[in-house]
Design a protein around this ligand. Structure first.
Ligand SMILES: Nc1nc2c(ncn2[C@@H]2O[C@H](COP(=O)(O)OP(=O)(O)OP(=O)(O)O)[C@@H](O)[C@H]2O)c(=O)[nH]1
Ligand SMILES: [Mg+2]
Length: 433
């Protein structure tokens, strides 16, 4: 079947692009444009008509990509028309009236690209990440993985394992006696090298989480010091209730912000103090949990005489509009006023440099999906099993475990049976992608 869909966002816009893919794509374009020839890869100005009423629908541009040199690997046509609900709907309706054309399902263009070997699964998933990226760091990571950085890593492991199996199998087939000692030693060395690389990869998962979910900053301190006020100042809107009553905030309130191109998740928490109020106690429990989960803790004080320095906490003295700065005992606290905005830029800069330190080491092959982490963990398990079998007498068992490992890694890129994954992966895509 030839499929079509609006590939740009729905709604009012200057332009809209409708994509058509399949063996009838060019026929569909010719039908709508009443032109008999389109040069591949060349943008052509054309009118678009309703094939049933001959009515002019829009004037625009069209481009034809001949298979296999297209996004999906099939014949593809892009129809560029004016954006806007009515024009788009009329052209979609006109396409739908052509025999054997149907509206694409979510992610169907990408699925066809995968089936036709235009992209492996890691690249397709990275393309989804690219579309959803909200910060520069997420964008860069996605772009690199779309370019094949993860695919290259996984494929190199798979190739090493396949070579190892071939090597062992040759030995099993040809030697009448037990496998020579040096071959087994060599096998173990190779397995150890792979295990080291895979464990290193798994250790990078936290970086992937930070990139996806944001660098987590917990804002803590005693009641009334101005935690919620600071969150509101960062967010530039009222996300948390501010009042002069101690114990205002009970639930943790989260705001995701872009700090110098990095995703940062700020959490405002319940003020820490002894209390008999059971709801507030629960809030304080949550605060402790947030502290343990965070990548950075900002501890706020509003009284210079109470300042206390703790390792790994960023100490902030709030309400500097109120207190006489000359009296500060500790100059090393960051002085701000959540109310007047004084010192906020400086504080953001300090946070930004902490976030950057975290991302500087960021590798482009971070396992960005749970699927990758689980697959590599299973591979590691198979390799550990392979190492544990009795090497001399049970070489077949080693080969068996290595085969499991090869299969597991192959599923990550889509090199082997992945039917069960496909639906899950493409389900998250929108129509037209
Ligand atoms: N003068 C001055 N007042 C501030 C400043 N920041 C906050 N306040 C006031 O301090 C009081 C407490 O502010 P909140 O932001 O609710 O404090 P909190 O730490 O979230 O308090 P709890 O949620 O109760 O723990 C409010 O009356 C704010 O208006 C500041 O920079 N200067
Ligand atoms: Mg509060």
């Amino acid at each position: 079947m030839t499929i079509y869909a609006l590939s740009t966002a729905n709604g009012i816009a200057g332009l809209a692009v409708i994509r058509v893919s399949g063996h009838l794509a060019l026929t569909a374009l010719k039908t709508l444009s009443r032109k008999s020839h389109f040069e591949p890869n060349m943008m052509t100005r054309t009118n678009f008509f309703d094939p049933n009423t001959s009515e002019l629908l829009d004037k625009g541009l069209a481009v034809f990509f001949a298979k296999p040199n297209s996004f999906t690997g099939e014949d593809v046509v892009e129809i560029h028309i004016h954006g806007g609900i009515s024009t788009v709907n009329l052209v979609l309706k006109a396409l739908g009236s052509i025999d054997q054309l149907r509206l694409a399902e979510p992610g169907e263009f990408s699925k066809r690209a995968f089936i036709n070997n235009k992209m492996d699964l890691t690249a397709i998933e990275a393309m989804g990440d690219l579309i959803n990226a909200q910060t520069e760091a997420q964008h860069n990571q996605a772009l690199s993985q779309m370019g094949g950085s993860l695919n290259k890593l996984y494929m190199s492991w798979r190739r090493d394992l396949i070579e190892l199996v071939a090597y062992l199998e040759a030995e099993i087939d040809f030697s009448e006696e037990d496998i020579p000692e040096d071959i087994l030693k060599n096998t173990n060395l190779k397995i150890d090298k792979l295990l080291k690389e895979m464990n290193h990869h798994l250790n990078e998962r936290h970086q992937g989480e930070i990139l996806r979910d944001g660098f987590r900053v917990a804002i803590i301190g005693s009641p009334n010091v101005g935690k919620s006020s600071l969150l509101n100042t960062f967010a530039q809107r009222d996300v948390a209730i501010v009042s002069d009553q101690a114990g205002t905030t009970r639930d943790a309130i989260e705001v995701r912000l872009n700090v110098s191109g990095y995703p940062v998740l700020f959490t405002d928490t319940a003020g820490l103090r002894e209390t008999k109020d059971s709801i507030e106690q629960k809030g304080i429990e949550v605060t402790h949990k947030k502290i343990s989960e965070s990548d950075l803790v900002i501890e706020i004080f509003d009284n210079p005489s109470k300042l206390e320095f703790k390792e790994n906490h960023l100490i902030v003295l709030n309400k500097c509009d109120q207190v006489n700065q000359e009296n500060f005992q500790f100059k090393s606290a960051i002085n701000i006023s959540a109310k007047s905005g004084e010192g906020i830029d400086n504080l953001l800069e300090v946070i930004s440099s902490k976030v950057k330190q975290n991302f500087i080491k960021q590798s482009t092959t971070v396992p960005t999906k749970t699927r990758y982490i689980l697959g590599v963990q299973k591979t590691v398990q198979s390799l550990l099993n392979a190492k544990n079998v009795n090497l001399i007498s049970q070489t077949e068992l080693i080969v068996e475990e290595l085969r499991l490992a090869i299969n597991e890694i192959g599923r990550l890129t889509g090199a082997v049976d992945v039917e069960e994954y496909l639906e899950v992966i493409f389900r998250d895509f929108c129509i037209g992608k």
